[in-house]
Write a protein that binds this ligand. Sequence first.
Ligand SMILES: [Zn+2]
Length: 364
Amino acid sequence: MKKYLIMLMVFIMWCTGLPVATNYISENSVFLSDNAISEAESIEVEKTQESIFENSYTSTFEETSVAEQAESIIETEPVNTVRVYNYKTEEIIVMELEEYIVGTVYAEMPSSFEPEALKAQAIAVRSYIVHNILYGDRESGHPGADICTNPAHCIAYTTIDEVIEKYGEVFAEESFNIIRQAVEETKDLIMTYDGEVINSVFHASSCGFTESCADVWGGDLPYLVSVSTPDESSFYSYYGKMTFTADEFKSKFASYQCDFSGSIYNWIKNIETNSIGRCESVDVGGVTISGNTLRELFGLKSTKIKITINFDNIIFETEGYGHGVGMSQYGANVMAEAGKTYEEILKHYYTDVELEEISLEWFK
Ligand SMILES: [Zn+2]
């Protein structure tokens, strides 16, 4: 019989691991396109912003630095506001906290999700923002601002105009009202651990278990440990698959000293996974690459990775979406569908936290 060598050296790895990163990265914009905000609210928000700007600034952004703008804001703003850096317009805007939360929850979770999941999201967002206000490093990334609208750096934010333009007023108003209700019904509620507001990071979807903060970023936060999550495989973006040619694969490692001289089947070795099956590290061309770096280099959805090599192609298959730390948004919805309350959802994903109202004392 003829010998056809058609097949497969299949290299399979279930990795996990995300390398140490210096910033907590929010990756929830996967839901960004699903929501909207009403025109009326848009006008209201804009008016608020304009009046604050008029009081705070004497010159345009082009004429003053972000830090200079911030100084004038700090002198005039009340305590229940947040300084938001709009990465698209490169401006710092001062917004009323609860109003800003509406725009972020809107951008982070579809209004079609269960009410209890939306409430959990509102509290997670509020805690995240307040944590940034209280403990964030204002000189990092966007000097003078507490937070930014870039979902790759902080969390997403949707303006009313963007939603109306995309989906029309009817959808915008209906979905916005749903989000606003979730925010209002949890007004002022935040999560604390040992008396401090928590850094309530979250992600779109997990696979079996969430990740610990320690495994992903190296910081050991007791409320961000790995916990179970319900079956999320019905999430439309749960499975991922990306295929790269050998040349495409090699080009991603241009700044590394990888040795790609041998067979493609020998390029990838020693895939290390953590206890929940995510890629911790892998040797690529003799260089050890963390799972998180691998994910970033190739734009993979998660670090639960299966790698297959087939002739000239390297195929990544993933499960879950996002860094995996904190609340799984889709998991929260699955829990809500099963009858769990927002408090039960949050206390499941954030270990040993308490829910309490924001104290204005914290801001002084
Ligand atoms: Zn930011």
